[in-house]
Design a protein around this ligand. Structure first.
Ligand code: FAS
Ligand code: PHB
Length: 385
């Protein structure tokens, strides 16, 4: 098999890259180790920042998002007995949208299928070769295949094979806690997301639709989900989110899914070696507190697609040569913001930290400068920042 760009991974980065390359007249083939159903039903991100929404709309992927997504003006920051709304539209003129990653994946999958794009699901034994003839080998139902390409792009997440082919420096940080994530079949108890600091631990009240709520609890890093009954989860959420305060109530409902997510960060630089590039989680992971993971993957491929179009159709290497440095500027900005949100909101055993966190929260909630700093980063900086 031969193509111009071999893409490993059919997550948001891989499928959106394929879509953007096709817009620029460049052919690609995507290989994916999971099934399409699995990829489209994986419960992950929920927030699209302003530039992500604008990008998706600009390439014909915004129709269902505009119909079924929900625009949010901002978020609530909360600590015991206080809840403050930060209005991003007032502060920086940009909003965010609630639209699950599962829906983004479905929209991308349908668009690629409608375009006749080759996405090969359920592959095994993927291997990447960065030689004078870059190529990828893999098996399907035990049959070996080789895909030759001008360029290979690893969109294969943090455990995929491509990272190993792009040697460089890796920065890592593992946070001393995890998130217990819950999907509940109940209408959200809030109009916009609530990020709550509480001495028992952080809690987040997010949502997926008018009938489905997404909630998270800070738990110890080695938490066994079996130790958390639905009732224990709802009790902890009620306490941390302030059920009963000022008449606000957290409505309970059937829990459809619960899981423990590790909190870690890594960045790998550079994001290119020769004809092999990295994009999305293959190059960086951020803790989800800043709602950046999916949006960073979109930002990477929004930079990479035109670079590969110029390289492959006009033999102009300039944007491809700049890709890694430009992408990493935003990666580090989002890595810092995710760290800033995470350390501001997650309790530690040190009472000194608690005083620092409460002081920081009071400042962000009461100072236009502080609130604008959060809004600017959360709603998303312009692509190419
Ligand atoms: P992805 O991981 O989405 O896609 C990589 C793809 O490569 C996968 O489909 C994988 O199967 C495939 N692959 C891997 N190895 C392969 C191989 N050898 N051969 C072929 N294919 C291979 N972000 C947020 O903003 N908010 C959140 O709340 C949030 N929650 C998350 C919860 C979980 C459990 C996880 C894991 C991530 C979460 N994220 C969240 C981050 C997530 O949304 C990612 O940032 C986003 O999926 C990144 O997209 P991709 O880079 O495409 O990587
Ligand atoms: C989610 O809805 O899954 C979500 C929202 C905001 C975050 C993290 C996760 O910061």
């Amino acid at each position: 098999m031969r193509t111009q760009v071999a893409i490993i991974g059919a997550g948001p980065a891989g499928l959106l890259l394929s879509h953007l390359l096709a817009e620029g007249g460049v052919e690609s083939v995507v290989v994916e180790t999971r099934t399409r159903d699995y990829v489209e039903s994986r419960i992950r991100a929920g927030i699209l920042e302003h530039s992500t929404v604008e990008l998706l709309k600009s390439v014909g992927l915004g129709d269902r998002l505009m119909r079924e997504g929900h625009e949010h003006r901002g978020i609530y920051l909360q600590w015991p007995s206080e809840r403050h709304h930060l209005d991003f539209l007032d502060l920086v003129g940009r909003s965010v949208w609630v639209y699950g990653q599962t829906e983004v994946q479905k929209d991308l999958g349908r668009a690629r299928e409608a375009a006749g794009q080759q996405v090969i699901y359920d592959v095994r034994d993927t291997a990447v070769f960065d030689s004078t003839e870059p190529h990828v080998t893999f098996t399907v139902d035990g049959v070996a295949h080789r895909l030759d390409a001008d360029v290979v792009v690893g969109c294969d997440g943090s455990f995929g094979p491509t990272r190993a082919v792009v040697p460089g420096t890796t920065w890592q940080r593992t946070y001393p806690y995890s998130w217990l994530g819950v999907l509940a079949d109940v209408a959200p108890s809030t109009d916009e997301l609530i990020y709550a600091w509480h001495p028992d631990g952080f809690a987040l009240n997010s949502m997926r639709s008018p009938t489905v709520t997404r909630l998270y609890l800070q738990v110890p890093a080695d938490t066994d989900i079996a130790e958390w009954s639905d009732e224990r989860i709802w009790d902890a959420l009620s306490i941390r989110l302030g059920h009963g305060q000022d008449g606000w109530e957290l409505t309970r409902g059937p829990i459809m899914e619960k899981s423990v997510l590790p909190m870690r960060s890594f960045v790998q630089a550079p994001m290119r070696r020769g004809n092999v590039f990295l994009a999305g989680d293959a190059a960086h992971i951020v803790p989800p507190t800043g709602a950046k993971g999916l949006n960073l993957a979109v930002a990477d491929v929004t930079l990479l697609a035109p670079a590969l179009v110029a390289l492959l159709t006009e033999k102009d290497p300039r944007l491809a040569d700049e890709y890694s440095d430009r992408a990493l500027r935003r990666v580090w900005r989002c890595t810092h913001f995710s760290w800033w949100m995470t350390t501001m909101l997650h309790t530690s055993p040190d009472p000194f930290d608690a005083q620092l966190q409460l002081s920081q929260l009071r400042w962000v909630a009461s100072s236009v400068a502080g609130a604008t700093g959060l809004a600017e980063n959360y709603a998303g900086l312009p692509i190419g920042f």
